[in-house]
Design a protein around this ligand. Structure first.
Ligand code: SAM
Length: 226
């Protein structure tokens, strides 16, 4: 039986990859990737050449059977998502579940590394031992219910958000009267920025700096006043 390595990759800065991740990428037989073009850039940076295959959210179930066949043949298979840790608001979880079920003898190992979730929390300065992570909020159905639950949460809540919806989200958080938000943008990249305040203060920042409504966002919400 082979080994499936779930490898975390950088969330921006290509230097944020572990020695173990690089060795695993160098020594594997094949790399399955959410988007082969994205991983090709990382591999080029570290002069690694390997066969690449696509396994994204749409193909995850079907391609898992292919991965199982490779593992049964004793291969070393790597899975990487576009950025950060696979399975965290990314494909990977269904692949792992299928491999556990269909190839119980295969070794499944985590090669840990960057995640936007932990990176944002590490510089948010939250005075808390716990948090809830909800990933992306639903766009339509269930969004209002989710926002109400966030406002009632005893724990800080961490969300991922796109630049198209960040201002809408800040307005919604103002409407449900959460106490404070921290928006961490473009972490590990040139335009990295962390803005904290009431939802309307953070919104005012983005109104004053429209160029900052770009890139990738993590939103940390403290629903109640400390
Ligand atoms: N699996 C990834 C991880 O471990 O962080 C997350 C993948 S999810 C599809 C992508 C979302 O993560 C982005 O829309 C954004 O909300 C957040 N994200 C990823 N990279 C980021 C960065 N450099 N700065 C801020 N947020 C980021």
């Amino acid at each position: 039986m082979g080994t499936l390595s779930i490898v975390a990759t950088p969330i921006g800065n290509l230097e944020d990859i572990t020695l173990r991740a690089l060795r695993t990428l160098k020594e594997c037989d094949v790399i399955y990737a959410e988007d082969t073009r994205v991983i090709a850039k990382l591999l080029a940076r570290y002069e690694i050449q390997k066969p690449l295959a696509r396994l994204d959210a749409v193909t995850e179930g079907k391609k898992a059977e292919e991965v199982v066949a490779r593992l049964e043949a004793g291969e070393r298979v790597v899975y990487v998502s576009d950025a950060g840790t696979p399975g965290i608001s990314d494909p990977g979880a269904r692949l792992v579940a299928q491999v556990r079920r269909l190839a119980p003898g295969a070794v499944i190992e985590a090669i840990p590394g960057a995640s936007a979730l932990t990176t944002a929390l590490s510089i948010a300065g939250l005075d808390s031992t716990g948090f809830a992570f909800l990933g992306f909020l639903p766009h339509k159905k269930g969004r209002q219910t989710a926002l109400k639950k966030i406002a009632e949460s005893e724990l800080p809540v961490v969300l991922y958000e796109s630049p198209h919806r960040i201002e809408k989200l800040l307005k919604e958080l103002e409407d449900v009267s959460v106490a404070r938000v921290t928006v961490a943008r473009e972490l590990t990249k040139i335009h990295e920025e962390v803005v904290s305040g009431t939802p309307s203060e953070v919104q005012a920042h983005f109104t004053a700096h429209p160029d900052a409504v770009r890139g990738e966002f993590v939103v940390i919400i403290e629903p109640k006043r400390a």
